[in-house]
Design a protein around this ligand. Structure first.
Ligand code: CTP
Ligand code: MG
Length: 227
């Protein structure tokens, strides 16, 4: 079963506070956009990549990708993450019936074995995500008050790429949009349909780069020769 990837890179990067979309920030001289595309390409089963970028950065993104990950399709994203994913889905070949991966440009260090594992799980089960177990004790809070403690053994933090058979993701997205629901990841749209989503072990290296601290962590990772 063929596997295509949607790389979402159209966010504004507000929390990074760099004054520009974070996909265009560099770690050790290479943008998150290019690093994330290379990470996907490093996984043997990934075929075409559709990169979804801010509408005013299409040409810049094409230039960057053509230089190091040739063959990517580049399209404009939308206001919410799910609008960007939808733009990527709309750019898939019409008859494509394989597995679609949706990956954050903000997770440029995902190991190829995680990509392969989640794609394989989606081939078998229809929908799969990478996740990592939590080390902190997690509290439910309201304003200044701690309301309770969640059972950590029942919780996991979701990562990307999330992987779906194309029909599953298309159906889930159609429903989320029809119901005017905002979803924070693709799995949530599929969960709403009552379909099974399985999880595979994610990776600490696939940390989402959100704040300047995360970018410093990324610089160290590369400098220490781990990426
Ligand atoms: N994303 C996107 N389109 C959006 C919003 C987010 O393609 N409208 C992408 C981001 O580019 C990123 C991924 O979704 O690769 C995860 O989002 P996040 O880490 O929240 O990135 P930003 O939205 O850019 O950051 P912030 O929320 O701090 O503005
Ligand atoms: Mg965001």
């Amino acid at each position: 079963m063929e596997t295509l990837a949607i790389l979402v890179a159209a966010g504004r990067g507000e929390r990074m506070g760099a004054g520009r979309p974070k996909a265009f920030l560099a770690v050790a001289g290479q943008t998150l956009l290019v690093r994330a595309a290379r990470a996907l390409r490093a996984a043997p089963s990934v075929g075409a990549i559709v990169a979804v970028v801010p509408g005013d950065s299409l040409e810049e993104a094409r230039g960057l990708l053509d230089a190091s990950v040739p063959g990517c399709v580049v399209v404009a994203g939308g206001g919410r993450r799910q609008d960007s994913v939808k733009a990527g889905l709309d750019a898939m070949p019409e008859g494509f019936a394989g597995v679609v991966l949706v990956h954050d440009a903000a997770r440029p260090f995902v190991p190829a074995d995680v990509v392969e594992a989640v794609a394989a799980a989606a081939r078998e089960h229809g929908a799969a995500i990478p996740a990592v177990s939590l080390t902190d004790t997690v509290k439910e809070v309201q304003d200044a008050r701690v309301m309770g403690t969640l059972d950590r053994n029942r919780l996991a933090a979701a990562q990307t790429p999330q992987a779906f058979r194309r029909d599953v993701l298309t159906r889930a997205y159609r429903r989320a949009f029809a119901d005017s629901v905002t979803v924070t990841d693709e799995s949530m749209a599929v969960e709403r349909l009552g379909l099974t989503v399985v999880w595979v072990e994610g990776s600490a290296r696939s940390r989402k780069l959100t704040t300047p601290d995360d970018l410093e962590w990324a610089e160290r990772l590369v400098q220490d020769g781990h990426a």
